[in-house]
Design a protein around this ligand. Structure first.
Ligand code: ATP
Length: 503
């Protein structure tokens, strides 16, 4: 698994998808730049989301709020007081951890132990293995899973009650129980606020303390009434937004999975109080279907319903994805109640209510939120698409099977040789297709090597111009995934490509 992940990171760099930020200065921890192909893939993911959420829903509109917001916003939202993560340092290894993530990692280890027991039993008893029949296996599996539940419950209880000493004690017990590590020398657990502060204004005495927004959601809440009134929106309706968010993550690792500067795609759906559970279920189903529509494999998604709820929520679930390092959160769906709008009413002194003409009364709407990280989507798509294939002749090829609608370049046009007028015809095809698609032109190296390069870049089609083209205006079109080649008229190209890549 580690190797697969390393491969993903190096492929992303080698093929111009993602570079470490400020690399000539040895990079900046957990900050990355999207390169020439990465920026296209990222834009296509964003567009795919935007189209399905905004364009396809008559009752959802978009906004683009500023990153800077009035500082009281973050008092009202609870971020100043409560947007903390528990931090712990290991004095021996000098490593810093997020205490809850550390504990979850132990719990995941127990989960893996349970799975191993099941695998072992299956190997012994074959496919006919029925978990219920084999008492000893069962007991062991149950033992691990029970232990896991107890650990997570105890952590949640400690964090909820602010009992950080108990969280520390739990980590110490787990370290002793876990033979791999054995280190016992921990600092106290303390809370660490994740917001980045900055200053607005030039002179020291008039400067105002600001935060870089840690989520895009609040820009939607403070604009709720503006949008509702000017858009004449009727409940239920949604406001969507994509944009940067910033969190001073304690441990930012796993490449673009957890960054300090990242992009979110969020939609807040305003509903009548009492109807939030119906819409919460609706958005859970709808968002899972959206993910599955990309064709990365339904088995790579699962729901994780939260037992421990944030201060603003009355129900919450994650859509988890099977990343190269296991199942982790990709998107959150939260029933946020009227917490945010009410808090902004209180802090601003302005009414944020909706007049319901059917009920003939004012109320503060309830909110159901869908929130997905664009960078995490990128990692999900990229890591699942990257495949090594052994071909019939025993050779291998690297192919990036990106969903065609998301691929940065839709087609590469290749003259078979660099003479006889073939480059000119290939250029003409590029000139024509570029009005509708990102297309590339490549004449360097043997055509077989150019195919391999486009496979690794994720380009769904290669169009080859050869001598026959000069006679009958046909070309070959090669499909990335099957490597099949078809002879088609140049005039058919647009239709064929469009058929596969349009959103
Ligand atoms: P986690 O538990 O992984 O820290 P979270 O529950 O704090 O995430 P939310 O506040 O629900 O995350 O944010 C919504 C989405 O934003 C997440 O599902 C994730 O896709 C994305 N996201 C959150 N933090 C980061 C980050 N540091 N880097 C990249 N994406 C992030």
């Amino acid at each position: 698994q580690d190797d697969i992940f390393k491969n993903v990171i190096s492929h992303a760099k080698e093929y111009g998808y993602i570079f470490p930020s400020s690399e000539i200065y040895d990079g900046l921890s957990a900050v990355y730049d999207y390169a020439q192909n990465g920026v296209e893939l990222k834009k296509n993911i964003r567009d795919y989301w935007w189209k399905s959420m905004v364009q396809m829903h008559e009752n959802i509109v978009g906004i683009d709020a500023a990153i800077f917001m009035h500082p009281t916003t973050w008092k009202a939202s609870g971020h100043v007081d409560a947007f903390n993560d528990p931090l712990i340092d290991n004095k021996d290894s000098k490593k810093r951890y997020r205490a809850d993530v550390l504990i979850e990692d132990y719990a995941e280890k127990l989960n893996q132990k349970a799975q191993k027991e099941i695998e072992k039993a299956k190997a012994r008893f074959g496919d006919a293995f029925d978990e219920a029949q084999f008492v000893t296996t069962n007991e062991r599996v149950k033992g691990y899973l029970d232990q896991k539940t107890v650990i997570l419950q105890r952590m949640a209880k400690g964090l909820d009650a602010g009992d950080l000493a108990d969280v520390k004690a739990l980590i110490e017990e787990l370290e002793i129980a876990c033979p791999e590590s054995g280190s016992k020398n921990w600092t106290e657990v303390r809370q660490f606020n994740l917001m980045f502060g900055t200053k607005l204004g030039a002179s020291a005495d008039t400067a105002m303390d600001l935060y870089l927004r840690p989520e895009t959601a609040q820009g939607i809440f403070v604009n709720f009434l503006n949008v509702q009134k000017t858009g004449r929106m009727k409940i239920p309706f949604g406001i969507a937004q994509t944009g940067k968010a910033f969190r001073n993550e304690i441990v930012a690792r796993q490449f673009i999975f957890r960054m300090r500067e990242f992009e979110q795609m969020e939609m807040q759906f305003f509903v009548k109080p009492g109807e939030e559970m119906k819409w919460y279920e609706y958005w859970k189903t709808t968002r899972l279907a959206w993910h599955k529509s990309l064709g990365l494999g339904a088995e790579n998604y699962r729901f994780h319903d939260h037992e421990k709820l944030a201060h603003y929520a009355n129900a919450a679930a994650d859509i988890e994805f099977n990343f190269p390092f296991g199942f982790k959160e990709l998107e959150g769906i939260h029933s946020r109640t009227d917490f945010d709008l009410k808090a902004h009413e209180q802090y601003s002194g302005k009414k944020l209510q909706y007049f319901d003409t059917e009920e003939n009364k004012n109320y503060v709407p309830y909110v159901v939120e869908t929130s997905v990280g664009l960078d995490r989507m990128f990692l999900a798509v990229f890591s699942k698409s990257l495949q090594e294939e052994t071909l019939e002749d025993g050779s291998t090829r690297t192919v990036l099977r990106l969903p065609s609608v998301l691929a940065p370049t839709k087609a590469a046009v290749l003259p078979l040789v660099k003479k006889d007028g073939l480059p000119e015809v290939a250029r003409e095809i590029v000139e024509d297709l570029k009005w509708d698609f990102n297309v590339a032109y490549d004449e360097k190296d043997a055509v077989g090597r150019r195919y391999r390069r486009q496979d690794a870049l994720g380009t769904p089609f290669c169009i080859t111009v050869d001598h026959q083209t000069l006679e009958d205006k046909t070309v070959t079109i090669r499909h990335r995934d099957t490597m099949e080649q078809q002879r088609v008229a140049i005039s058919e190209l647009r239709g064929i490509i469009n058929n596969e890549v349009s959103m």
